[in-house]
Ligand binder design. Sequence first.
Ligand code: PMP
Length: 399
Amino acid sequence: TWANVKEGPPDAILGITEAFKKDSFPEKINLGVGAYRDDNGKPYVLPSVKTAEDKVVESGLDKEYAGITGVPSFTKAAALLAYGPDSKPLKEDRIAITQSISGTGALRIGGAFLQRFYPGAKTIYIPTPSWANHKAVFSDSGLEVKQYKYYNKDTIGLDFEGLVADLKAAPSGSIVLLHACAHNPTGIDPTPEQWRQISDLFKEKGHYPFFDMAYQGFASGDTDKDAYPVRLFIEQGHGLVLAQSFAKNMGLYGERVGAFSVVTESAEEKKRVDSQIKILVRPLYSNPPVHGARVASEILNDPQLHKQWLGEVKGMADRIIKMRALLKKNLEELGSKHNWDHITNQIGMFAYTGLTPDQMDVLAKEHSVYATKDGRISVAGITTGNVKRLAEAIYKVKG
Ligand code: PMP
């Protein structure tokens, strides 16, 4: 029956983990995975999550199904976190929202919704480069995927002119994916002024924004600051769709907690959109899992826990910022003649080092430092214990 099924290529990131596991060198370093590690290199369960989890268990809730769109106390709080307490569309009850299987599920529901209902061409523009899964998620949703310029490899910074030129050249009314903060993989975000210019350009061209916000709070340590572009676009009168993930900012990776929302023009429009989201979700997975959403809801809705959580998000963001500075300092102390400012200018979990695929190969084979071939390293995997050896390895490979 399956004679015509050819073996597909392994997932690039999982391949790195395999190679890392096989390496017997005790000081090996894994900078491939996009998951936060503490300064001992260990996975981190947030204390606020532990407390919330205890509360959820103690409350003795049953295990009945949630509705199709999930746990209402969670989705309500998730919308508030993203759009802010002063959000006009929230106050006017014109945001449709559904719980999703983390950020990936939110993107997929969004892709399917746009494929079914977006009135223009079913094409989405994603940045070059983008999160490795965007292309597959959107093309599997039935959208055509095209790209726009984002990264300038000469400056290891944003190619703003290229971005503007490509989005100007795209047909009017195109769907465009934007990383709300902490762009993955480059760690390079537009400045607030550039976001304003992008918003103006969207208005001029009638483009439709799809925001992917997988790192709210993780970039700057401030959830309001990280939501700036989403709130700016709304202030400027744009309709938009938004994918949220709580994998990173609550460390709920495997619990798969996320939300997909649509900012509509009226409460009546919201109702129609909401009904169609339900029709879309029902045959996909019927209804989402409840445990992680209950934990997130507990954190977001309890003022004390919410405050504690914000402190813990900031703690994670600050440790990453500190590791960036330490890596740069170590490289400079070794006498590296390259400019490493980009390491500290970039934001979020990843740093785009500018190292070539060949150099990344040498890092793995000769120095037991594992990361993706595009030169992206997960700063979350750097610790005070391994940063010196990491800098020495990079210095030996690149000079
Ligand atoms: N979008 C981006 C930009 C990401 O980096 C990630 C996680 N790596 C996701 C979405 C989705 O992650 P998850 O499904 O675990 O929430």
